[in-house]
Design a protein around this ligand. Sequence first.
Ligand SMILES: Cc1ncc(COP(=O)(O)O)c(C=O)c1O
Length: 391
Amino acid sequence: MNTKQFTDMYYIDRKKNDSVKWQRGVKMDCLPMWIADMDFKGDQKVIDSLKEFIEKGDYGYANLPKDYYDVLIDFHRKRHGIEYKPEWIRFTKGAIDAMYQVIYSLTELKDGIMISTPAYPPFYSTVKESGRKLYTTKMIDNGGYFTFDYKDIEARFRKGKISMFILCSPHNPLGRVFKKGELEELFELCKKYDVLVLADEVHCDIIMPDQEFYPALSFKKYRRNIVSICAAAKSFSLAVFSHCHVIIPDPALRKKFIAYQRHTHTGSVNVFNALSTYYSYKYGSEWLDGVIDVIYENYSHFRMELSPYYEMTNLEGTYLLFVNIAPYNKDRTAFDTLVSECNILANAGESFGEEYSSWVRINLATSPANIRKAVRSLKKLAKEKQDQACS
Ligand SMILES: Cc1ncc(COP(=O)(O)O)c(C=O)c1O
């Protein structure tokens, strides 16, 4: 299926639904390109399978399908060459919930937790609200290609107050799919200073054609020091179902996590929500390949048209592009400039780190027609500002 056929078949007008993204867009008279979900409905076989469950009308207590773990493991083996074990996998109701549970169960109140910036906003809030001390390390911007500052990370680790590093891989908002060597260097430092890695890998399946994703747990040498958060929610746009996996190979860490879930009664799985993941992993691979092609085409068009005017990240994975609006936003934030001059609702750069107010995060998981519309208004903005500067 080519990208036009995919868009014709799966793009949905979400204005008439209770979509958080579109309702805010309509209210502000903007094209919504913010919050991380997609404007595509799922594969028909996934929809039909969920319908079939609903129509049976049996809503009593239920078990997961017998082959739930096989389907999940098979999906990740085929896509990423990793072999998860069923006993490593626990459930939570979403990735943020998973982060809180991992922090509460595997760190102490006195512990420090490091994140690299710019960072997905809940990385800041989960650490702060769980009462742990937040440490940040700024990523190095090599003209829109951001990398870890290992020297800074090591210098802070050396002081001995940090016990966890939260990694976002692939990276939101930077769209980075880290190279094997980059992850190895980070994991080596974490091992050396006894810092546990919490790898948020919820974007792991949206990988651009020329990239390779290395799951954190594929690094066997560091496996016992890593907990992975992984879900189908981003890959198949299933946010409404709030279902997520926490993967913990180390038995001692797992024991602590399970004990926490028992105490807090958070370990039980919502079977209906889990079914959306199960059917998507089982039947959705072709759909996923199709949506990646659309995102890549959207990105290629965006980059080709706008890179002469704007600094932007390389989209290696995810569908989220970080774009620098400077020098067209003078006294305003990039977010405000886009709302008032382009009628585009993006995510404000400063929500990812206070120094990024000239940046916005733009969601590319929409129709090529919407992307063209956004490109036209961004180009107009840049040209008008350039003309004003010349006159
Ligand atoms: C990196 C990352 N982690 C976690 C989440 C939130 O996931 P959930 O809605 O499952 O809590 C998102 C949502 O965009 C995300 O991008």
